[in-house]
Structure formats: structure tokens, C-alpha cells
Design a protein around this ligand. Structure first.
Ligand code: C2O
Ligand code: CU
Length: 461
């Protein structure tokens, strides 16, 4: 995602509409106002570090069938280490990360490190590598080269396996960034209203129209988390849904500070988060609820109706108190060199409104032409969406600067690995090809990727 408006706009705007049911109580009973009952935000456990070396993080991860509950309904799904979301793997910049992945499923699987710059053989894709067979263990080893909020998920039978609950966060912290009282991971997922929630074949998350979705945050609907007033929280939000877009507005006391690959050039007051995308927020807790409100957004044309409120995620102070000051983040300085104008890689995203065929450059994965990029090349990419829906464009193994949209340069040039390309939009991206391998490049709406909207870029020596 990318920041859309500077924070100044937020300050000038009206506050978001009140959403507490308690605000609209009738007055027939004036003795007590019944507080709205909302579930507590479940906290994702951190993965246990099995290595004593402070610069090595070693984690055991097992994918296995798992039954869990969403909104009171049972789902026969999958989980990593028995939890949906799976445990948060935390490392600091420069650490060696070793993950022993055991496949406890009846099907092959892989683990892909979405957003991390890992060696190709660790990327969890099956272009040239084999998946992990049932009962087998594969050890992924890589260095945490970039700070930011990444996530992990299978890249084999992806739409079904992710849909069934296989996802978790990989957080790499930069010790030079300001400390916070709480570093909180929240993973969002969307559930189609009209589908059975017990999925024999996965795909239980359907509902491409944003209005018909039920969102969960760490598995809970409209959750709140009790916090002490005075806390500063860094909240890392991952959209793990197969098809759903989050269109998020912060309440007062919250602002977006970072995207897929760490801090932006400045704060933002709006986040559009397609599948696979991440955003980080700073929340300072005083006497009122702090968090986000989500508004219905359809990948077939944006805001649905009047952008009805469809989900909420709030921190709730346990007492009255004052909010701490906002932190002084070391904002990234965007590059300023002009777009050289040439195009090294061109991706045209195409599809039919029936939603049956999704292609890149007219090709359907795996029958694709693989372009070659020499290692070390400053690579200019043009992505053009001529299809009737949005597509969150994602590249493995690298991150890119977003240079312009429809010819309009972005002065803040956010660095991302997943970026939403709107209907009829043309986006120019730039990346340094510094990681050799065959890198999947695809739409992260997983049924689109599965339908063929995926290709491969070879970065070679
Ligand atoms: Cu998150 Cu190729 O994927
Ligand atoms: Cu798509």
C-alpha cells in the first residue's frame, strides 16, 4: 500500500463518525447505558526461539489440520503450530533466521516468506523446487536483511491452503527505531457472508464484493484490546484474506507510518490494503478508544455505496489518562533521481468480467515467458491494469519504489513489495535486481493468481 494523504489533512478533517452503539442509545431507560459488548483482541503468541545465540532465531513450524471458530461457527481448517494466525516470528535486522518446517498435512505444502528478501532456494515456490511432502521437514535459512512487517504462507495450492488458515507474521525490527510500549501484530481475514464456513474445498472466504464480507482481526470480529492510558503502540496489520480489501481510516490518536518494507517518508491518514498487503500504525492511547474503522471496498470499483462501516479494531483505555506524544520516527528519504523513462519489464494485467481468465501479458501461468534481468540492474517496471478489477501486484525476492501512477510522480516514492493497481491504472516501479533466482510476480488476489495471473522474472548472474 502507499500513503495517500499527508497527516495535515487528517488534522483538518472532521472526526470519523461515532461508531459505538452506546452513542445511539434510546432514552427509555435512563438509569444505565449498556456498554457495547465486543470481543477482546486475541494476541498472537511469538514463536519460541530455540537458539541461545542472540543473533540467531530458530523456530519450529508445523502445518497441520486444525479446527477453529469464527464468529461462533466451526471451521475445519489448517494451522501453523495449532493457531490461526500462526506464531509471530520475530528477528532483528541482521539476524540469521532458521525455520524447521514440518508438513503435518495430507497434501504437499511450502512456506513462502512474503516481503522478505530470502535466497531463491528458500522462497517456498515450486517453479524449480519441490514442495514439502506430507510428513517431511524442510529447513529454511535466511538473513533478516530488511526491517519491516512480512508474513509467511504456503505457495502451493495457495488459495486453498491460505484460505484454510495457514498464515503468520515475520517481523524484523530495527533496533535504531524508537521503542514502543507494545509491538502488536494483527492479521486480518475476510469471510464471505453467504458461504458455508466449514469449507470442504477451502474457498470459504469468497464474497468479492466488499459489502458482503465479515472481517476478523486475529480471529475476532470488531475486537477491542484493553490497554493502559499513556501507552504508545506500534501495530502491524497484515491482510491475509484471499480477496478482501481493507479501506481503513484511523481514529484520532492513530496514524499510519509504514508499509510493506518499513517506514515511509512520512505519516498517512488512510490505508487501502489489498490481499497480501501490510501497513504499520502508531497509536497513542489517552482517554478514548484508538484504532481504525474499515469501510466497504469492492475490487470491482472501490468504495461500496456510501462506504459503509464494516469492521472496527480498537484499543480501549482501562482508565482516563493522557496520551503520550507521537514518536519522532526516522522517516525514509525517498530517492529523487528522475524516472529514466525506459521500461525493462512490462506487465499488462488482463481479465474478463466473468472472472474466469486472468493473464499477465496475455499469458496464463505456468505457460509464461520468463524475462531475464542481469543481477545488479536498476530495473524499471511498468504495470498496466486493463482488466475490470483492482489487482494487488506482488513481486518476490525484491522490493520496489513506486515512481508514478498514471504518469503522475509520487514525491514520497514508497518502497513496497505489494501494491494495489487500480482499474485502468498504469504504475511505474523501480527496483535493484540484487537477488538471483526465479521470482514469482503475481496478483495477490489468490483466485486470480490461481486463475493464471502470475509470471516469473529471472534475475541472473
Ligand atoms: Cu504472498 Cu507469491 O505471495
Ligand atoms: Cu488480481
Amino acid at each position: 500500500m502507499r500513503p495517500l494523504l499527508p497527516l495535515l489533512f487528517l488534522l483538518a478533517c472532521d472526526p470519523p463518525p461515532a461508531t459505538d452503539a452506546s452513542d445511539s442509545t434510546d432514552t427509555t431507560d435512563d438509569t444505565d447505558v449498556v456498554p457495547e459488548v465486543r470481543p477482546a483482541l486475541p494476541i498472537i503468541p511469538d514463536a519460541e526461539d530455540l537458539d541461545e545465540d542472540p543473533d540467531v532465531v530458530r523456530v519450529a513450524l508445523t502445518a497441520a489440520p486444525h479446527t477453529f471458530t469464527i464468529g461462533g461457527q466451526e471451521v475445519e481448517g489448517y494451522a501453523y503450530n495449532g493457531g490461526v494466525p500462526g506464531p509471530t516470528i520475530r528477528a532483528k535486522l541482521g539476524d540469521t533466521v532458521i525455520v524447521e518446517i514440518t508438513n503435518g498435512l495430507e497434501d504437499p505444502t511450502t512456506v513462502h516468506w512474503h516481503g522478505a528478501h530470502v535466497p531463491y532456494a528458500m522462497d517456498g515456490v515450486t517453479w524449480t523446487e519441490d514442495p514439502i511432502a506430507p510428513g517431511e521437514t524442510f529447513t529454511a535459512t535466511f538473513t533478516a536483511t530488511h526491517a519491516g512487517t512480512s508474513w509467511y504462507h504456503p505457495h502451493f495450492d495457495t488459495a486453498r491452503q491460505v484460505d484454510l488458515g495457514l498464515y503468520g507474521a515475520l517481523v524484523v525490527t530495527d533496533p535504531d527505531e524508537p521503542a514502543v510500549d507494545r509491538d502488536l501484530v494483527v492479521i486480518a481475514d475476510a469471510w464471505g457472508e453467504h458461504d458455508a464456513r466449514t469449507p470442504p474445498e477451502g474457498d470459504n472466504h469468497h464474497g468479492l464484493d466488499g459489502a458482503g464480507m465479515t472481517w476478523t482481526f486475529n480471529g475476532a470480529i470488531d475486537p477491542v484490546l484493553d490497554v493502559e492510558p499513556g501507552e504508545r503502540v506500534r501495530l502491524r496489520l497484515i491482510n491475509a484474506s484471499n480477496t478482501g480489501y481493507l479501506d481503513l481510516a484511523p481514529t484520532s490518536g492513530a496514524r499510519f507510518i509504514a508499509g510493506d518494507q518499513g517506514l515511509w517518508a512520512g505519516p498517512a491518514d488512510h490505508a487501502l490494503l489489498g490481499p497480501g498487503d501490510r501497513v504499520e500504525a502508531e497509536l497513542v492511547v489517552g482517554g478514548d478508544d484508538v484504532g481504525f474503522d474499515n469501510h466497504a471496498y469492492s475490487l470491482y470499483g472501490g468504495t461500496v455505496g456510501a462506504g459503509e462501516l464494516t469492521a472496527r479494531l480498537h484499543l480501549r483505555p482501562t482508565a482516563a489518562g493522557a496520551a503520550p506524544a507521537l514518536a519522532d520516527w526516522p522517516w525514509r528519504s525517498p530517492s529523487t533521481s528522475p524516472d529514466p523513462g525506459r521500461t525493462d519489464l512490462r506487465f499488462v494485467l488482463q481479465g474478463d468480467s466473468a472472472g474466469e481468465h486472468w493473464t499477465i501479458n496475455g499469458e496464463t501461468f505456468p505457460d509464461v515467458t520468463v524475462p531475464y534481468v542481469p543481477i545488479g540492474q536498476d530495473t524499471l517496471v511498468e504495470v498496466r491494469n486493463i482488466s475490470p478489477t483492482n489487482h494487488p501486484f506482488h513481486m518476490h525476492g525484491h522490493a520496489f519504489e513506486v515512481l508514478s501512477i498514471d504518469g503522475v510522480p509520487l514525491p514520497d516514492r514508497p518502497v513496497e513489495d505489494t501494491v494495489d493497481v487500480g482499474i485502468r491504472q498504469t504504475m511505474r516501479l523501480r527496483f535493484l535486481a540484487d537477488n538471483a533466482g526465479y521470482w514469482m510476480t503475481h496478483c495477490h488476489i489468490l483466485p486470480h493468481a490461481e486463475g493464471g495471473m502470475m509470471t516469473v522474472v529471472e534475475v541472473g548472474e
